[in-house]
Design a binder for this molecule. Structure first.
Ligand code: SAH
Ligand code: TYD
Ligand code: ZN
Length: 414
């Protein structure tokens, strides 16, 4: 291959067209939420889950995108309301928006990726004009049952224009754990531009790449997390689409996330924390390729240690069960090659996942009630982001001699 050919095939940043250098390769991976029926084994879609960083704008991004039509289908099983922690969080967000931004009865809030309506039901109950947009019909149905109004659709320029024509412009557009999922992010920003009132705000929450790096949360990388946001890269991204990043708040959700507040330029004061966080990121090398190469080496170590531990426990006749059929567990099991021989089943409270097999690794998902019937010797905590809640709920497991296995930032038994 000559250098011109190489240049034409090198990965290019989805945002600024700069060169993207690969740094982490998690191998062949399935659609992380495609829990399959036993009769559907053999029909799964796989892709290479690899991450690179743009040399120009520092956006960390996947090199191959799984089509969203494979990920967010009518039977998408993720439900935000499966944890008390998230329930409390979204009630707080709703209260904050209601008290600060949505004070006039005419104000409209639009939520992108509202899922089962955890946030919108609180606003709906308070009489706030709202609409959620989510393509996952099953989740949207659950939202509607809770009194939230939902449009089963992808948010893009087309749906945003239709919502504006029907209801007028939005004072607030909110989104949690969705914006980073969408490789074609220009559609989102064109939609926001169409729909947002001139004095409105676009608020979105997503996992923070600095937390992922600091705690080696490698399983936060899966198909849906197409971008791993940093303040520097988001600041540049929103500016490219004609907006301004005016505020950033660190929140403890999913092991560490940021809440970004975006407005039209000059409309809202820019808080000094934006520049401070960008400086902190520079100090910690969050925009540097080398940082991610070291992260990749740490992932290799965690994978080897986890497989060694699970193999030893199996050979010693110990029973290990997975706890929480998270999207994260798809990355861990498929990257490490962990199947039902090492983890015979995963317990999960989500009815939509139970009775299915985990994507790629084909570990059976069983109801939460099975966990105590009888308790295993060890529980591999895939839902580590809900550790406090889970460990408080499962005190009896430990009292009866059970132990938890955690694997980030390193493999250990607690
Ligand atoms: N906001 C919830 C759900 C996050 S899961 C929470 O934080 O818990 C991501 C959600 O985004 C899914 O329900 C998915 O169906 C939805 N989604 C994916 N692409 C979307 C798009 N283009 N427009 C609107 N919703 C989308
Ligand atoms: P979560 O970590 O929120 O999501 P993801 O990695 O997919 O983004 O998913 C938590 C999963 O764990 C969800 O399927 C519900 C399950 N769960 C339990 O089974 N028991 C629990 O006590 C909690 C909090 C979650
Ligand atoms: Zn770039």
């Amino acid at each position: 291959m000559n250098s011109r050919e190489r240049a034409s095939t090198a990965p290019v940043c989805r945002l600024c067209a700069g060169p993207v250098r690969e740094c982490v390769d998690l191998g062949r991976q399935p659609v992380s939420n495609a829990f399959l029926r036993p009769q559907d084994v053999g029909s799964e879609s796989f892709f290479r889950l690899a991450v690179g960083i743009c040399a120009d704008c520092a956006m960390v991004q996947q090199l191959e995108a799984m089509p969203t039509s494979h990920m967010f289908r009518a039977d998408y099983p993720y439900r935000s309301s499966s944890s008390d922690g998230l329930r409390r969080h979204f009630e707080q967000v709703a209260g904050w928006l209601r008290d600060t931004e949505l004070t006039d009865p005419a104000d409209l809030v639009v939520e992108i990726g509202c899922n089962d309506g955890l946030m919108l039901r609180t606003l709906g109950a308070a009489g706030v004009r709202h609409i959620g947009v989510d393509p996952s019909a099953g989740a949207a149905q659950a939202a509607a049952a809770r009194g939230a109004e939902v449009r089963v659709d992808f948010f893009d320029e087309r749906s945003a224009a239709e919502i504006r024509a029907e209801r007028g412009p939005a004072k607030v557009i909110f989104s949690a754990n969705t914006i980073s999922h969408i490789a074609d992010i220009d559609e989102i920003f064109r939609g926001v531009d169409r729909l947002l009132r001139s004095d409105g705000i676009f608020v979105f929450e997503d996992r923070y790449v600095a937390d992922i790096i600091e705690h080696a949360y490698f399983d936060q990388i899966y198909d849906e997390h197409f971008y791993l946001f940093s303040v520097r890269a988001v600041d540049a991204m929103v500016a490219r689409f004609g907006f301004e990043l005016v505020d950033v708040e660190h929140i403890p959700i999913h092991g560490g996330s940021l809440r970004y507040t975006v407005a039209r330029p000059g409309v809202r004061p820019v808080r000094e924390c934006v520049a401070r966080l960008i400086e902190d990121e520079a100090r910690y090398g969050i925009g540097e390729h080398d940082t991610y190469v070291r992260f990749g080496q740490q992932i290799d170590r965690i994978g080897a240690d986890l497989v060694a531990l699970l193999t030893d426990l199996r050979d010693a006749g110990r029973r290990v069960v997975g706890y929480g059929a998270t999207s994260k567990s798809a990355t861990v099991t498929n990257y490490c090659g962990i199947g039902p021989d090492l983890v015979p089943y995963i317990c999960d409270t989500t009815p939509e996942k139970q009775g299915r097999l985990s994507p790629g690794a084909h570990i059976p998902i069983r109801p939460h009630e099975v966990f105590a019937d009888p308790y295993p010797d060890y529980a591999l905590l895939f839902a580590w982001n809900h550790a406090e809640e889970v460990m408080a709920k499962e005190r009896r497991f430990v009292e009866q001699g059970g132990r938890w296995i955690l694997y980030v930032p390193h493999v250990r038994i607690v």
